[in-house]
Ligand binder design. Sequence first.
Ligand SMILES: NC(=O)c1ccc[n+]([C@@H]2O[C@H](COP(=O)([O-])OP(=O)(O)OC[C@H]3O[C@@H](n4cnc5c(N)ncnc54)[C@H](OP(=O)(O)O)[C@@H]3O)[C@@H](O)[C@H]2O)c1
Length: 334
Amino acid sequence: MRKVALITGASSGIGLALCNRLLEEDDELHLCLACRNLSKAEAVRDALLASHPSAEVTIVQMDVSSLRSVVQGAKEVKQKFQRLDYLYLNAGIMPNPQLNIKAFFFGIFSRNVIHMFSTAEGLLTQNDKVTADGFQEVFETNLFGHFILIRELEPLLCHSDNPSQLIWTSSRNAKKSNFSLEDIQHTKGQEPYSSSKYATDLLNVALNRNFNQKGLYSSVICPGVVMTNMTYGILPPFVWTLLLPVMWLLRFFANAFTMTPYNGAEALVWLFHQKPESLNPLTKYLSSTTGFGTNYVRSQKMDIDEDTAEKFYQTLLDLEKRVRITIEKSDHPS
Ligand SMILES: NC(=O)c1ccc[n+]([C@@H]2O[C@H](COP(=O)([O-])OP(=O)(O)OC[C@H]3O[C@@H](n4cnc5c(N)ncnc54)[C@H](OP(=O)(O)O)[C@@H]3O)[C@@H](O)[C@H]2O)c1
């Protein structure tokens, strides 16, 4: 039977490269593209089928920053599939990024210069906004919408005799000090992206703790620094082009400059081939590229406290309960 992989954010960047690479690994795979923009998704499906005619590609419309859209999209997925082998939780945003010029100049003259360029730690702030659901947009898009998707798709994912994998596109930018259990949506700070990615790492640990026995395993990756619409929101493409020689040089000292979506998808593809039972839940898998352009995957132990992960998971379950009551009430007003 064909294996099925659902990918959120498949319409561009790393998600699109992942679709191509997965079909290069297994051209019998059935891909389900969960995208908010149908015309973009259709163009991607046509291109994928043109290069891999034996594959199957299905589209499901889903905006992960709208819980109604997630629930409706998940309903369609449940009508179309009996099980999912892989759920790639990849869609993500970094809205209105601002470069912290002071931190940048301070950083380039410090010993941490390579770490700063590889992780963008402390370099970027973002202006978040509130969605129609009443959540911070970065939190809902990068994390909570995906959490609800997993909860909706549990029946397709939990089979103890035949494990399924959740694979999150997190980031090296996930930083513990940007996350707080008292402010999980990061309403008070200026680095919602970093907070949402640290929250992703925490949730990953809690999901493993709560779902491994049911046959569901979760992993997180970082694609490295990749030229996509997201990075072009930080600096215009021509500035990145000017910086290319510097980044090629930096590759000899740090392996995070993967640069292309193809390279960035390395860890996502590597996980596709792993036995999930053999993976360490406290490890993040980093797409990496050497100075000579060779791709490989590096493991990094995450700075995660398992009790905090469990508390965060319980907070998300409470939030989910409240959201479902609100949706129910507005769908069936008495
Ligand atoms: N690029 C990097 O250097 C880098 C580094 C670390 C981590 N990442 C992570 O990599 C992932 C992919 O990002 P990318 O770099 O490939 O950027 P990208 O090209 O902007 O791709 C983002 C994808 O997410 C989708 N998306 C955004 N908001 C959505 C929503 N509300 N509902 C459904 N889909 C939505 C986009 O759809 P549309 O096409 O409709 O906009 C697009 O397909 C993200 O999680 C990002 O945080 C990227």
